[in-house]
Design a protein around this ligand. Structure first.
Ligand SMILES: [Zn+2]
Length: 177
């Protein structure tokens, strides 16, 4: 049993459990599927990052109960237990990019005008933000509703926010016009 925390230490321990039972593997913290640093049980664990980098770890208590934590690829930090992976990813960004919650939430680019859109996004985000692996915030448009690892321009996450429903009063207003 390893008590070392952080995504790298967890994944090292997980990939060392060569002949463990399935139940033991399920109950061992490991990097979430598709999140930065993910490998299978037989993979090579990732090398530590130079900069604090967001990812998630998870363990399976029962089929219906998975626990997720935000984690970092550079240090031993871990977030609290969460039932949803996206909440854990957000915790991780509170650690790696504490100002992310104050950044503007953008609409996803439509096919035409993608270059203009990108200039607009860049102008509204801090200089050098994406080059440093910072996340991009977008309004969730199905099927894109799960935070997407590696999808921001510099390889950071796209973090989705559900658009607030328009207020009933304005809907009534429209109906009256
Ligand atoms: Zn860190």
């Amino acid at each position: 049993m390893s008590n070392d925390t952080g995504a790298i230490a967890r994944q090292r321990h997980y990939t060392s459990l060569r002949n463990a039972d399935r139940e033991v593997l399920r109950g061992t913290w490991s990097i979430g599927y598709g999140d930065p640093g993910f490998t299978t049980q037989f993979g090579t664990p990732p090398e530590p990052s130079e900069h604090h980098s967001a990812t998630s770890i998870r363990k399976i208590i029962t089929d219906a109960l998975w626990l997720h934590r935000g984690a970092c690829l550079a240090c031993p930090w871990e977030g609290p237990d969460r039932r949803r992976r996206d909440a854990a990813i957000e915790d991780a960004h509170d650690h790696t990019h504490p100002e992310w919650r104050s950044l503007p939430i953008m609409d996803r680019a439509s096919g035409r005008g993608a270059r203009m859109w990108w200039q607009h996004v860049r102008a509204r985000y801090p200089q050098g933000w994406f080059d440093a692996g910072g996340p991009l915030r977008l309004y969730a448009e199905p099927p894109f509703d799960r935070h997407e690892a590696g999808a921001a321009p510099g390889g950071g996450f796209i973090l989705h926010t559900t658009r607030r429903k328009s207020k009933p009063s304005s809907a009534i207003q429209l109906a009256l016009e």
